[in-house]
Design a protein around this ligand. Structure first.
Ligand code: PGA
Length: 257
């Protein structure tokens, strides 16, 4: 059985007080045993405090939104994977489209980040997804295959087993336009087939693949019903406790049906 996961990507939002009260509201609202894994990707500065806030609820995990491709040293302003691991973080987003486009992170850099994360025992949540022009040109499968091949694949089967993948079509991120459930399912099945080709069908069957891009309380259930969609990476809608809780509930109801 693949892990069902609902992850919130807070990006560069929320004050300290807002972040703490959002986390407290979520931890209090979510049943301990009946829920998917919930991963909160908060800004670095809140991670340490949030770890103690979520401790009472075993469904909750924290993620960083990024890490350095270097292990340590003279890299002013950067945060390393070993630092994250040393405060108890379990997950790190790698290759989010905003990092790729706004900060010029190449597949080569991302591959180093994946290595640093794995060496530190962190679980990479590796993000991939095509631009609108690539989808319109029909090159979306190739684009995602290239991102996986160059940024992620190459790690060992044992390491791959620990990874989570998030498919986030760039045209759907923050736009209010969601991929249809058919488009999401088709790409998730494709990603699984690429993993099977590179590693094995058994491994492909165990990897959780999340969909991201304008997931909200209205469309979550339909997306989560897709056979190869194991959860969501939620941006804007993860900043409002009631809406994020509805998305978690959508996953709970799909999982129990
Ligand atoms: P969105 O963001 O849900 O606001 O579209 C998703 C993401 O960037 O991970």
């Amino acid at each position: 059985m693949r892990k069902k996961i609902v992850a919130g990507n807070w990006k560069m939002n929320l004050s300290y007080a807002e972040a703490m009260s959002l986390a407290d509201a979520l931890v209090n609202a979510v049943e301990e045993n009946a829920s998917p894994d919930i991963i909160l990707a908060s800004p670095f500065i809140y991670l340490h405090e949030l770890i103690s806030r979520i401790q009472g609820n075993p469904n909750f995990y924290m993620a960083a939104q990024n890490c350095s491709e270097h292990q340590k040293g003279a890299f002013t302003g950067e945060v390393s994977a070993p630092m994250l691991a040393s405060i108890g973080i379990e997950h790190v987003l790698i290759g989010h489209s905003e990092r790729r486009t706004l900060y010029g992170e190449s597949d080569v850099v991302l591959r180093s980040k994946v290595d640093r994360a794995i060496e530190s025992g962190l679980i990479p949540i590796f993000c991939c997804g095509e631009m609108l022009a690539e989808r319109n040109a029909g090159s979306h499968f190739q684009r995602v295959a290239d991102q996986l091949n160059n940024g992620l694949f190459g790690i060992s089967e044992k390491q791959m087993k620990e990874c989570i993948i998030a498919y986030e079509p760039v045209w759907a991120i923050g736009t209010g336009v969601t991929a249809s459930s058919e488009q999401a399912q088709e790409m998730h099945a494709f990603i699984r087939s690429e993993i099977a080709k590179k590693y094995s069908a058994e491994l492909a069957d165990t990897i959780s693949i999340l969909y991201g891009g304008s997931v909200n309380a209205q469309n979550a259930a339909e997306l989560f019903t897709c056979k190869d969609v194991d959860g969501g990476l939620v941006g804007g809608a993860s900043l409002k406790s009631a809406e994020f809780i509805s998305i978690i509930r959508a996953m709970e109801s799909v999982s129990t049906n």
